[in-house]
Design a binder for this molecule. Structure first.
Ligand SMILES: [Zn+2]
Length: 351
């Protein structure tokens, strides 16, 4: 994958290129994207550029041995970690990414903009949660302890570090903190508030921006998103709800919940939930000194800054977790009035 092949996020690509050119390569980076916006493609293009022996005009050559291996995702010094579970496509009792590497490659080569659901389907664990367990940390540590096969950088492209438990993170921490020479970790997250702080704090964080409509059209695997028109209405509803919650006005907050439940289709209700989660993530990032990657438009700065001050420090993580539950319940045809009333109550109690 060359930078030139990536749709959107030209500024992120330039920043990665300049970093590689300057020789000041961060040993751990965290790319935060809304699902399907190209963070994996950017990470792959960056690693390809770092290791390319014939780079010219600000991009990798695509032809040297390293680029050829990268283009097939078989570079011996580039490792992939992603959430897995036991399933019919492996006989491993404690599967790691290695157990599913073949399917991962097929998926990412066909479409690097895939979603988490696409991945679960590709590796045959649709009905389970993908996890990054401690066996994965052991495997990565042993791979990185070997000297590199080629002369370039060793890299770990780590998809969804939020799926890693504390034990796994503890095992990896020292490696992330003080990796062997010429080693880079590229973490790709959809939920930075769930990435363990010990890992987060050691990374250089970069925001991968949502794609424009034109860009999104080019990317076939982009998940269905609310149209711009809908999002405008969503922002008003979301801000009314949040203002009611921080103002301790339960009745007004419940009315907003009823409006959400009255959205005309389940798909639209789910789209509102996704929208609300993304907004709450912005509040979380501002609260944790990461406003630079929160991507808040100028006209919404005041609202988000105000919310960051008025919401409690644990509110955002709890709220996002609860919203995810609502989405899965909507899928199971649970009455939406009850669901939205319940979530407003929970948010009211935890704000
Ligand atoms: Zn090359």
């Amino acid at each position: 994958m060359k930078f030139a092949d990536i749709t959107g996020n030209g500024k992120v690509a330039s920043a990665l290129m300049s970093m590689a050119d300057s020789g000041r390569v961060a040993h751990a980076m965290l790319l935060y994207e809304n699902e399907g916006c190209g963070a994996l493609a950017l990470a792959m293009a960056y690693v390809q550029y770092l290791n390319c022996t014939g780079a010219k005009d600000g991009d990798s050559c695509g032809e040297c041995p390293s680029c050829r291996q990268m283009s097939k995702m078989i570079h011996p010094d580039v490792h992939f970690v992603f959430p897995v579970n036991k399933g019919p496509k492996t006989s491993d009792e404690k599967p790691t990414s290695e157990s599913y590497l073949k399917y991962w490659r097929e998926l990412a080569l066909a479409d690097p903009y895939f979603t988490e659901a696409d991945l679960q389907k590709a590796i045959g664990i649709e009905s389970k949660n993908g996890l990054i367990a401690v066996a994965e940390a052991k495997s990565i540590i042993s791979k990185l302890s070997l000297s590199s096969v080629s002369d370039g950088y060793k890299a770990v492209i780590f998809y969804l570090p939020e799926k890693m438990n504390q034990e796994t993170a503890n095992r990896l921490l020292k490696m992330v903190e003080e990796p062997p020479e010429k080693t880079v970790f590229m973490f790709i997250t959809h939920a930075p508030e769930k990435v363990l702080q010990t890992i987060f704090s050691r990374c250089l964080s970069i925001r991968v921006l949502p794609l424009s409509k034109d860009e999104a059209q080019k990317v076939k695997a982009l998940r269905p998103e609310a149209s711009e028109e809908d999002s405008d209405g969503f922002m008003e509803l979301f801000s009314d709800m949040m203002n009611a919650l921080v103002g301790r006005n339960l009745m007004a907050a419940l009315e907003c919940g009823e409006s959400a439940a009255a959205l005309e289709s389940r798909e639209k209700q789910k789209a509102f939930c996704t929208f609300a989660s993304e907004c709450i993530r912005k509040i979380f990032l501002i609260q944790h000194g990461m406003a630079c990657i929160a991507d808040v438009p100028d006209e919404e700065q005041e609202f988000y800054q105000d919310m960051a001050i008025r919401c409690g420090r644990t509110f955002c993580s709890k709220a996002i977790g609860n919203i995810e539950k609502v989405v899965s319940m909507i899928d199971r045809n649970v009455n939406s009035k009850i669901l939205f009333c319940d979530i407003v109550n929970r948010m009211f109690l935890s704000i």
